[in-house]
Design a protein around this ligand. Structure first.
Ligand SMILES: Nc1ncnc2c1ncn2[C@@H]1O[C@H](COP(=O)(O)OP(=O)(O)OP(=O)(O)O)[C@@H](O)[C@H]1O
Length: 257
């Protein structure tokens, strides 16, 4: 495991009008690792990832990618760095098949016509590289897929474009037990393939099943960034609900200390 972050923000601040939502937030994501971003409702998780993805401009703070300072002024800048966010609503088109969804807006063309064979091959290769076996045909319409399969397609779409950081917003929120297990396996595989994965989750079982690191936001401040192996479920719950955990000692950043 490398200890140099692929993506890092320092002292990030973000307000909406008079309301300061993120205060001096430090956050890092590492290649080959899953970083769980946890926090109560309204703690600032979505706002943080939208700042990372250039959807919200930041008020102040430093953004580093591959150890170098970068400026992210919009989603295109984040996409150019290789960062993709997979939102809860997945933004898939029901009336299109898997290949069409994966290449939507970025179709491969041969001259003026769509190169369906290349796109089909690449879609199938991407799913195979992620060991996805639940999808029978890449020509299946997305409307016919289960929730877990849809999540899988959205994640595969995110990795198709050589992204280096993939942010997953509650990927198992709407799934049953078996599909949750499949999606978590996929999340783990993304990291094992070298991607930096950021997993927003409220589910402690999911977090401990796949995360290498846990970053806990509390009322817009980073309460702690810790290795998952260094903390217990109840310590993380304390960080989420109280912003601190009495017996975590110096490893936490001390937002509410
Ligand atoms: N566009 C906005 N304008 C004003 N306030 C906002 C805006 N977006 C978010 N907020 C506020 O910022 C705070 C953090 O919201 P955010 O959605 O980032 O939290 P979250 O941790 O993702 O919560 P949840 O788990 O419920 O999705 C909340 O108090 C929210 O009301």
């Amino acid at each position: 495991m490398t200890d140099t972050p692929l993506l890092e923000v320092k002292k990030l601040n973000k307000s909406f009008g008079p309301v300061q939502v993120l205060r001096d937030v430090d956050f890092s994501a590492y290649a080959g690792q899953v970083t769980a971003l946890v926090g109560d409702n309204g703690a600032g998780k979505s706002t943080l990832v939208k700042c990372l993805g250039g959807i919200y401009s930041i008020d102040s703070g430093d953004y580093y990618f591959d150890g170098k300072p970068v400026t992210v002024h919009g989603p295109r800048d984040a996409a150019a760095l290789g960062l993709e966010i997979v939102y809860q609503d997945l933004a898939l088109c029901d009336n299109l098949d898997i290949v069409q969804n994966m290449f939507l807006g970025r179709e491969i063309k041969s001259g003026l016509v769509l190169d369906d064979i290349s796109m089909e091959q690449k879609a199938a290769e991407t799913l195979a590289s992620l060991s996805v076996r639940t999808v029978k045909s890449v020509r299946q319409h997305v409307s016919s897929l289960s929730g877990g399969q849809r999540q899988t397609v959205a994640i595969a779409k995110a990795v198709l474009w050589n992204n280096r950081v993939v942010v997953l917003d509650e990927p198992t929120a709407a799934l049953g037990v078996a599909q949750t297990a499949q999606v978590l396996e996929l999340v783990r595989r993304l990291a094992d393939n070298g991607l930096a994965v950021v997993l927003i989750s409220h589910n402690m079982n999911d977090v401990f099943a796949v995360a290498d690191r846990i970053a806990a936001l509390f009322l817009g401040q980073m309460a702690a960034e810790v290795r998952a192996s260094d903390v217990t479920h109840s310590q993380v719950v304390e960080l989420i609900t109280a912003g601190r955990s009495g017996d975590l000692g110096l490893r936490q950043n001390g937002a509410a200390a």
